[in-house]
Design a protein around this ligand. Structure first.
Ligand SMILES: [Zn+2]
Length: 347
């Protein structure tokens, strides 16, 4: 794996609606890999690779990450914030963040110390609204550099742990990585249908970018790439795992917003079996992905499914994926894109 690239992708900030840094990083990486690169009015980056036949497929990987936005600066220079995406408040305790003001400023998430909590307070996890951000700077400096509306992202480096990778923002930079690497593998090769590789914005706050991307290009097929729950952990019963880390790329059957097209699920299974790609099936009963927007916002709908990457500790700063699952996801995506015209898609 190209750890240097993945590390750069995870590090680049991309709060929903503020994706310019990560978008530039992706755009530079795509140079020479595709026929055309477009950025729509909302900020989705669509990289186009022409096919030989008259149909199209959109593969979407959202490039935003769960983040915060400054809502208030108090008289002492402490910041209050709103969350952009589904945070579990307990994961905010003692975190470092970066406030993207006139300059990037490091901050820490603070709450009431345990020493002064009442017995009742000790028994309850802190609510998001009880946290504040402390920059350590004098209030005048805070007000000079930061304003209401400044986006805030998490600060945490990528590390390798055995065959696993641990970082912030693997949701969904691991999919951004997979899509870029698949385009690299397809370089110089013919594919049957036009490929719209869509790096979408604002997924974490409701699949907003993918709606625009799908309606802008009206693909016949849609494949979303995103992480999924791997709860193969102490305390979990086997029926709660959803997926297991290291057990292969996950073919989505459904999530909270989409029932994947059964033809697409079967197609992915067939490709994985034919090419001996280690895979598992994913039924995620909560949460949504860009799959929903691809399926329903293309004019007349698209035949949609998703390739998911098992991930532990989702939406925390220490998300973890297995390198083999990543490699298998690239293989499956490549196989699907090369063979999309080989199936009889009759309903
Ligand atoms: Zn995601």
């Amino acid at each position: 794996m190209n750890i240097e690239l993945l590390s750069r992708l995870c590090k680049a900030p991309g709060a929903p609606g503020f994706e310019h840094h990560i978008r530039n990083e992706i755009k530079n990486e795509l140079e020479g890999l595709v026929d055309e690169i477009n950025i729509d009015n909302m900020g989705n980056l669509i990289a186009i690779k022409k096919g030989t036949k008259d149909k199209s497929v959109m593969v979407a990987a959202h490039m935003d990450e769960i983040s915060f936005i400054v809502t208030h600066i108090d008289d002492d220079g402490f910041l209050k914030f709103h969350t952009l995406g589904g945070f579990d408040p307990k994961t905010l305790t003692a975190q470092r963040v970066i406030i993207h003001g006139k300059e990037d400023v490091i901050g820490v998430m603070g709450t009431k110390p345990i020493h002064v909590m009442t017995a009742e307070e000790r028994g309850k996890p802190a609510k998001t609204s009880e946290f504040f951000i402390d920059t350590g700077l004098p209030k005048e400096k805070v007000k000079e550099l930061i304003s209401v509306g400044s986006p805030v992202t998490r600060e945490r480096e990528l590390i390798q742990m055995g065959d696993c990778i641990n970082s912030k923002s693997l949701d969904n930079r691991i999919s951004v990585y997979i899509l870029i690497e698949t385009l690299r593998k397809l370089k110089g090769k013919e594919i049957p249908y036009d490929l719209y590789a869509a790096f979408t914005v604002q997924e974490e706050i409701g699949l907003r970018g993918a709606m625009t991307a799908a309606s802008g290009y009206n693909p016949d097929f849609g494949i979303a790439l995103d992480v999924t729950l791997a709860y193969d952990l102490p305390g979990a019963a086997p029926h709660e795992y959803c997926t297991k880390l290291g057990e292969g790329t996950a073919i989505k059957v459904l999530d909270g917003r989409t029932v994947c097209d059964y033809r697409m699920v079967q197609f992915m299974k067939d490709i994985a079996n034919e090419q001996s790609i280690k895979h598992q099936l994913e039924v995620l009963t909560m949460g949504g992905t860009d799959t929903a927007a691809l399926q329903r916002n293309s004019n007349g709908g698209s035949i949609a499914g998703a390739i998911s990457i098992p991930c532990r500790y989702l939406h925390q700063v220490i998300e973890m994926v297995h390198t083999e699952d990543v490699e298998n996801s690239i293989l499956l995506l490549q196989g699907c894109l090369e063979k999309l015209d080989q199936k009889d898609w009759v309903i």
